[in-house]
Design a protein around this ligand. Sequence first.
Ligand code: SF4
Ligand code: SF4
Ligand code: SF4
Length: 156
Amino acid sequence: MLSRRALFSGQHGALIRPPWTSEISIRNACTGCGDCVAACPEAILFSGPANTPVVSFESGECSFCEACVEACTEPVFDLGEPAWKIRAEISDSCILKVGVSCRLCTDICEVEALVFDLSQRPVGAVSVNRDLCNGCGACVAACTFSAISITEPQHD
Ligand code: SF4
Ligand code: SF4
Ligand code: SF4
């Protein structure tokens, strides 16, 4: 069973915060009122440390509806910035790596950021185009083998 922190964390352990926010903006301005958590129609926001909002993609994805932004009366969100730098990452748990066919994640990615390479034998391989991925998290729950996580970029 995942720990509560692991549930809301990317692969490298950092909490995933709501779109258009940062650890710094939350630390500086979030009152922990919970209004963004209640407003999220996808129910992917939860109350984390000191009631500040954290994201879990275990049962849903971000639709970028901006309901959380509209609900917040404090200067936590900044629509002038990209929603996220987080991106999908595929682990060695991907079932393709043991020769079993699967297209669960590629079929669900609306921006076609999950690239299927049929030339890889015997059943193909999936990789993430990090320039196309918007961090929506839809592929996380789609993968029944828990092979996809959401991570912060490592070099920018
Ligand atoms: S943009 Fe919409 S779906 Fe995404 S976290 Fe905010 S309220 Fe939820
Ligand atoms: S609505 Fe704003 S102040 Fe309230 S918990 Fe969410 S981010 Fe914090
Ligand atoms: S996080 Fe969203 S955009 Fe990125 S690969 Fe997964 S489904 Fe596609």
